[in-house]
Design a protein around this ligand. Structure first.
Ligand code: PMV
Length: 313
C-alpha cells in the first residue's frame, strides 16, 4: 500500500482580493492533514472510498466534478498507459470540509501524490506539476480559483502569492519573529464557490467600490509582508484587523466569525480576521505566546467548535 498526505492552509492576508490579481499571504497548517491510501485490487477498475463521508464508488461511474475522481482523472490523463490498472483509493481527512482550510486542495494533493507513487510517476510529479493538477480540480469546485490554495498546499511552504499571467508570482517571505496563531472554527460550513461567485456579482454591480476594496487588501498584504519580515507583530495584528474590516465590506464575514474575532481581541489577541472564503469556516487570531491559553478559553466560550494552534516561522 502507498500512503501520502497533504496539509491544510490558512490565508493570513488577501483572500478574495487575490482572485482579482492582488497579492496575498498564506501558510500551510501541517498538523491537520488529508491522507490518501492506495492499495492493489484484485477485480477490475478503480474504486474510490471516503469512509468518513460514507462514500464508495467506481471511478468510471463518478460525475465529472467528483472531488475524489477529478484528481485521479487528471493524473491518469498524464499517463494514459496506466489507466487500465486496478486499485483502491481511500481518503481520510482531519480537515473539516467547507471551512476555509483548503480541504478540497489538500484531498486532491494527497490523492495525486499517493496514486502517482503507486503508478510510479514520482519523477514527473514535482510540486509544480502537482500544484497545476490540483488547480484544475479547484476550478471544478471554486469556479475561478486564484491558485493560492493549491500552491501553498502542494509546496507546503508559506508564500507571498499574486495571480498573474503568464505565470503566477510565488515567493517565500522573510519572518523576523515567529507568528503564533490560533485557528478557530465557527462550525458553520460555507461553500467557497458560492461566496466567490457572490463577491463577483457585487464587483460587477459596483466595480468602483469593489476595486477599491481589493486594492486596499493588496496594500495591506504588501505592508504585512514588510511587518512580518521586521518582526513587528503589533503592526501585523493591526493589518489583520484592517483586512477583516475590508472583508466585512465585501460581505464575506458573518456574525459567528465576528463573535470569535471580537472575543479574541478582547482577550488580548494582537489581531484577528476570518481566513479563506468566509461566511463561516475558520478565523485566525495572532497572539503573544504567553496568552495563548487565555485567548483559547475566550474562543471556546464564544462558541468555537475547535481551536488549533500553529506557528509560522
Ligand atoms: O475557502 P478556501 O479555503 O477554499 O479559500 C478560498 C480563498 C479565496 O481567496 C476566497 C478564493 C481563491 O481562489 O483564492
Amino acid at each position: 500500500m502507498v500512503t501520502a498526505t497533504a496539509p491544510g492552509k490558512i490565508i493570513l492576508f488577501g483572500e478574495h482580493a487575490v482572485v482579482y490579481g492582488q497579492p496575498a499571504i498564506a501558510a500551510p497548517v501541517s498538523q491537520v492533514r488529508a491522507r490518501a491510501d492506495v492499495a492493489p485490487y484484485d477485480g477490475k477498475g478503480i474504486l474510490l472510498r471516503a469512509p468518513d463521508l460514507g462514500v464508495e464508488g467506481w471511478l468510471d461511474d463518478a460525475p465529472p466534478d467528483d472531488p475524489l475522481a477529478a484528481p485521479l482523472r487528471y493524473l491518469l490523463a498524464m499517463a494514459p498507459g496506466k489507466a487500465d490498472r486496478s486499485f483502491v483509493v481511500t481518503v481520510t481527512s482531519e480537515l473539516p470540509i467547507a471551512s476555509g482550510l483548503g480541504s478540497g486542495a489538500a484531498i486532491a494533493t494527497a490523492v495525486i501524490r499517493a496514486a502517482g507513487q503507486y503508478l510510479g510517476l514520482e519523477a514527473e510529479l514535482t510540486p509544480e506539476v502537482i500544484s497545476a493538477l490540483v488547480y484544475e480540480v479547484e476550478k471544478l469546485h471554486h469556479g475561478t480559483p486564484s491558485g493560492i490554495d493549491n500552491t501553498v498546499i502542494a509546496f507546503e511552504q508559506p508564500v507571498y502569492f499574486r495571480r498573474q499571467t503568464p505565470e503566477n508570482l510565488i515567493e517565500p517571505f522573510a519572518i523576523g519573529r515567529p507568528l503564533t496563531l490560533l485557528i478557530a472554527d465557527t462550525g458553520v460550513r460555507s461553500n467557497t464557490r458560492d461566496v466567490v461567485g457572490d463577491v463577483r456579482r457585487q464587483w460587477q454591480a459596483d466595480p468602483q467600490t469593489f476595486n477599491a476594496i481589493f486594492e486596499a487588501c493588496g496594500i495591506l498584504a504588501d505592508r504585512a509582508r514588510v511587518a512580518i519580515a521586521d518582526g513587528d507583530l503589533a503592526l501585523v495584528g493591526q493589518l489583520m484587523n484592517a483586512n477583516q474590516r475590508e472583508l466585512e465590506r465585501m460581505t464575506v464575514s458573518s456574525p459567528e466569525l465576528e463573535r470569535l474575532v471580537g472575543a479574541a481581541l478582547q482577550a488580548g489577541a494582537t489581531g484577528a480576521k476570518l481566513s479563506g472564503g468566509g461566511r463561516g469556516g475558520n478565523m485566525l487570531a495572532l497572539v503573544e505566546p504567553g496568552i495563548v491559553a487565555q485567548v483559547q478559553r475566550a474562543l471556546d466560550r464564544a462558541g468555537a467548535v475547535r481551536v488549533l494552534r500553529t506557528t509560522i516561522g
